[in-house]
Design a protein around this ligand. Sequence first.
Ligand code: NAD
Ligand code: TYD
Length: 339
Amino acid sequence: MNLLVTGGAGFIGSNFIRHMRETHPDYLIVNLDKLTYAGNLDNLTDLENDENYRFVKGDICNEALVRHLLRTYSINAIINFAAESHVDRSISDPGIFVTTNISGTQVLLEAARTYGIDKYIQISTDEVYGSLGATGYFTEETPLAPNSPYSASKAAGDLLVRAYHETYGMNVNITRCSNNYGPFHFPEKLIPLMITHALDGKELPVYGDGLNIRDWLHVRDHAAAIDLVLHQGKSGEVYNIGGHNERTNIQIVELILERLGNSKALIRYVEDRLGHDRRYAIDPAKLESQLGWQPKYTFETGIVETIDWYLENEVWWRDIQSGQYLNGYDFRYSEPANG
Ligand code: NAD
Ligand code: TYD
């Protein structure tokens, strides 16, 4: 197969590309990424000399470029990871979320339709379902009720994908995953932010009461699930992806501090995020029963490996902190105001 992977220089996209390299070394992978502040070519240095891998710096909103790539590389499938992905940034600057997550998705869909691409996969999120109370799980039938500009833009993208299936009969899938963790996670998100702050002896900012719940999945288990959906997903279906792994934020923070031997005195409760979703929890029964997916990582081993990865790859995250990773690109990394 010839794959167009968009947003492949980010956290999940780069882990997916590496996974596909290992499981399908003969596939051509074209990685189209704009290299926003979240895109980092250091995530894929091991593939630089791979003859079945191409990197293209560009925007998914650039219709001419997307069409050119579909033609030039005889693409069979598009897997769209490209997105603005950070909730806090969507609260302070929602506009770019609409542009990339909605308009960009439409550009990809339209090009896929024009060129009769065999499969289009939209990498979405459980956040489109909104927030849960103390009980219950998100299933594929849960109504969409997004609460942040980020999740609203992802939900709108999902609806476009659905419409292209219903209207034009396009072979699409939407995957909705819970919170990912693992190597190459950009250090503005909870787990890598807390690890890097703890290693620097900086305060760990916990929003609100720290009792919000997220359902954590190792990024490599997510990649394996997408691989299955690519090859076996039924046209038009949505698949939820999650590993039955709910934790409060404060549990995560305390676990990191304990592993690194730091004091809990570093914890600082700060003002809550606006519209902060209380709980996410995925029911992955459909993916398990229909496609036979099972996560391989337990959280206990996955989180320890992840903390160790940040210890062993200090240059990677120091380069992000200093802006070195951008190698002359426009943006510099700065932590969001309430982080
Ligand atoms: P990320 O922010 O780490 O990576 C996003 C990538 O997209 C970056 O490389 C960035 O440069 C690129 N990008 C942004 N705008 C672009 C544009 N207009 N054109 C081309 N490339 C562009 O995000 P991530 O955590 O890897 O998430 C990837 C996808 O998975 C997103 O669609 C996100 O909504 C979804 N998702 C993430 C999580 C999570 O826990 N991180 C969970 C569920 C779903
Ligand atoms: P985040 O990693 O931003 O993912 P998402 O908002 O997409 O779930 O945040 C995970 C949880 O951690 C969320 O409840 C907000 C909280 N959080 C903090 O308490 N402090 C922080 O500095 C960050 C970045 C997040």
